[in-house]
Design a protein around this ligand. Structure first.
Ligand SMILES: CC(C)(COP(=O)(O)OP(=O)(O)OC[C@H]1O[C@@H](n2cnc3c(N)ncnc32)[C@H](O)[C@@H]1OP(=O)(O)O)[C@@H](O)C(=O)NCCC(=O)NCCS
Length: 174
């Protein structure tokens, strides 16, 4: 079955399916991964996350995709493009979550760069954002490594949030 949306050197991104819930719980059930979320996900919350993303693929042509290690076929997180409202403006956000034992190997950066290219070239987005808790240093670093810059800090969903931005025009000028 070739359901690949994006492929990078080490990673495949494909649509999530309900059968991915157990493997996703290995990521989203981990309190350390969910440090900047209200709580780790249980099975019901995980199923709802998969359903939400599947609705997003249908409605927008994008969402968070399952992150697969090409070497082993293992699901190790998600990464993708999410429609978000920020202060009344419709944005497309790059989001990422990686299983804890794989942190620090450049996985999120590699996946996020794949999504950035997809967003600008395939979807024709004019700009992409990342919405990050100020204390989430690893996530801020990923945003910086893919070329985003901090635009401003806002209150978003009742939390302080850094808005990182990259414009397509900035990429084309490089
Ligand atoms: C954010 C996350 C996806 C990064 O995944 P990853 O695969 O480890 O990311 P990368 O290896 O591509 O890059 C991480 C960078 O953060 C840096 N970093 C990690 N923890 C850090 C810390 N506590 N202080 C400073 N830098 C840190 C790493 O050194 C690396 O930067 P470098 O390449 O310049 O050394 C991962 O930590 C995660 O899943 N966190 C929980 C979920 C989450 O918060 N997602 C983002 C929601 S906005």
């Amino acid at each position: 079955m070739n359901d690949t949306v994006i492929e990078t050197e080490r990673l495949q991104l494909r649509q999530m399916t309900p059968g991915d819930v157990p493997a996703l719980l290995g990521v989203f059930g981990d309190p350390e991964v969910m440090r900047y979320y209200p709580a780790p996900f249980d099975e019901a919350r995980m199923q709802a996350w998969v359903d939400w993303n599947r609705r997003s693929y249908a409605a927008h042509g994008h969402g968070l995709w399952a992150l697969i290690l090409r070497d082993t076929g293992e699901l190790v997180g998600d990464c993708g493009l999410v429609s978000q409202q920020v202060e009344g403006v419709q944005e497309v956000e790059i989001g990422y979550h990686v299983r804890r034992d794989l942190w620090g190997q450049g996985m999120a950066t590699e996946a996020a760069l794949g999504c950035l290219n997809y967003g600008f070239t395939t979807l024709g987005c004019r700009r992409l954002v990342s919405l990050i808790h100020p204390l989430n240093v690893a996530s801020r670093r990923v945003a910086e490594k893919i070329g985003m810059t901090l635009r401003r800090e806002v209150e978003w969903k009742n939390k302080p949030t850094c808005v990182y931005v990259i414009e397509r025009s900035a990429i084309l000028r490089r």
